[in-house]
Design a binder for this molecule. Structure first.
Ligand SMILES: [Zn+2]
Ligand SMILES: [Zn+2]
Length: 153
């Protein structure tokens, strides 16, 4: 028995649009992985994702297929991978291609996506001044989110 997840319809629109642009199909399995990430209040590791999916679908799932779905979702711009923690998070604004930066709370595990074109430009400029051409930059800042910091005070 599959336990359905309730999520805001905007995510369905995001997913269908990005898949259509990539000339790809939003299969039920891809959608299931995506909704699992959207429903989570923090990034999920592939291992956590597989466990949640197995519980929801009441059957074993081959890890490889989940990795394949994740790769697909990343490729079409619906999901980002947090490099420092190897966790996956849905993009908050997948309506255009961008590089993002993250604020990662070490207390509750939440990831807050920043999408700063300014920051990217500063990094690219600094690199260029040294004759370096950037292909991709990963900015992940760890610390305490506002909620967790408030509790500590
Ligand atoms: Zn994003
Ligand atoms: Zn926190």
């Amino acid at each position: 028995m599959t336990k359905a997840l309730q999520i805001d319809s905007k995510w369905r629109d995001f997913a269908e649009t990005r898949c259509a642009e990539a000339d790809a199909r939003l299969t039920p399995a891809r959608w299931a992985v995506y909704t699992e990430l959207v429903s989570s209040d923090r990034p999920l590791s592939a291992y956590e994702l597989i466990a949640l999916q197995e519980d929801r679908q009441g059957r074993k799932i081959a890890p490889l297929t989940v990795y394949r779905h994740l790769d697909f979702l990343i490729k079409v711009g619906l999901v980002h991978k947090i490099q420092s923690t190897h966790a996956y998070v849905p993009c908050g604004h997948p309506d255009h291609a961008h590089e993002s930066q993250y604020l990662l709370c070490t207390q509750c595990g939440r990831a807050d996506e920043l999408e700063s074109a300014t920051l990217k430009r500063v990094l690219d400029d600094m690199a260029l001044k040294r004759g370096f051409t950037t292909t991709k930059s990963v900015v992940e800042v760890t610390g305490l989110c506002g909620d967790c910091a408030a509790v500590k005070e």
